[in-house]
Design a protein around this ligand. Structure first.
Ligand SMILES: Cc1cc2nc3c(=O)[nH]c(=O)nc-3n(C[C@H](O)[C@H](O)[C@H](O)COP(=O)(O)OP(=O)(O)OC[C@H]3O[C@@H](n4cnc5c(N)ncnc54)[C@H](O)[C@@H]3O)c2cc1C
Ligand code: FES
Length: 277
């Protein structure tokens, strides 16, 4: 059992949980994730480790309510417990002093991009960060991102905060002005695809963190397979980070939409108070 020590609302349907998990916190690195199960028979939810404290033995996770299981998790309060927490899973980010880097976080992708940005800054990089969302209510951790960046840019699709437009617009402007050695981008699949298309002509190595459907998180079930270059990779053990220029985003988006009907059915039952079967 893992105790929730703190719960916070970060914006529209966005929640932060700080969970007591000393053994995972001791080993966690940026880029890694956990899989949690709230109770017996609950679905497994993969979530990136947005922050950790080795001293306090805690993990911070940030999630968006998108369906049945994340809605159930959002119903938890400080003092409640989570049945299982498996991790840290996945390959840690390759943090080095590259020179100048750009870190891009879209929507809830700001959470996983934060520890990577912090570690890249600590490693001596000059860091430009761009965070963006559909509107201001979906943005969070502006101050934390600013603290670990040389310069932070904010965009919203509707212009309610920062610059009106997409993160990729700002990224293109930076690439036109600066010699950038590496780009990290985490957010919705379509955003990561656009970022990959933006950096490709500049030849800047670009890393994305994929979030396909995951079940066991051990490389055994095959649920998280993605096409990268000419190879099939399992995001849970080979990733979740991959070379953005080699990822087949169209296939990944098609696979992500595969269970949409079933997910909507589950959510509809949840809305009308029915039990999930
Ligand atoms: C490595 C990894 C890290 C992630 N980190 C975060 C994070 O930090 N914050 C966050 O808000 N979300 C994160 N996600 C996505 C999160 O796991 C899903 O939003 C969640 O499982 C949805 O469950 P649901 O029942 O509420 O929604 P559902 O109605 O079941 O699904 C809604 C959408 O979520 C996706 N999804 C559903 N189940 C899974 C699953 N088992 N694995 C992956 N995606 C799924 C589907 O694409 C679907 O379209 C991450 C996913 C992965 C694989
Ligand atoms: S989640 Fe089962 S192989 Fe990756």
């Amino acid at each position: 059992m893992y105790k929730i020590l703190h719960k916070e609302s970060l914006g529209t349907n966005l929640h932060l949980l700080e969970v007591e998990a000393p053994r995972i916190a001791r080993k966690a690195e940026s880029g890694q994730f956990i899989i949690l199960r709230l109770k017996e028979e609950a679905e497994r939810i993969p979530l990136t480790i947005a922050d950790y404290s080795r001293e306090k033995g805690t993990l911070t996770i940030i999630f968006q309510e998108v369906g049945f299981s994340t809605r159930e998790l959002a119903g938890c309060q400080a003092g409640d417990t989570i049945l299982d927490l498996v991790g840290p899973l996945g390959v840690p980010s390759e943090i080095e002093n590259y020179g100048t880097v750009v870190c891009v976080g879209g929507g809830v992708g700001i959470a996983p991009v934060y520890p990577i940005t912090r570690d890249l800054k600590k490693a001596g990089n000059r860091v430009f960060s761009i965070i963006g969302a559909r509107n201001s209510g979906l943005l969070f951790w502006r101050e934390k991102m600013a603290e670990v960046s040389d310069q932070l840019f904010i965009t919203t699709d509707d212009g309610s905060e920062g610059r009106k437009g997409f993160v990729s617009d700002v990224l293109k402007e930076i690439l036109d002005k600066e010699k950038v050695q590496r780009v990290w981008a985490i957010g919705p699949m379509i955003m990561m695809k656009v970022v990959a298309d933006t950096t490709r002509p500049y030849g800047v190595p670009t890393i994305v963190s994929l979030n396909p459907i995951m079940v066991d998180g051990t490389g055994m079930c095959g649920a998280c397979r993605v096409a990268v270059g000419k190879e099939t990779k399992f995001a849970c053990v080979d990733g979740p980070e991959f070379d953005a220029h080699l990822v087949d985003f169209d296939l990944a988006m098609k696979r992500a939409a595969f269970f949409k009907d079933k997910e909507q059915q589950a959510l509809a039952m949840c809305k009308c108070g029915g039990e999930r079967r």
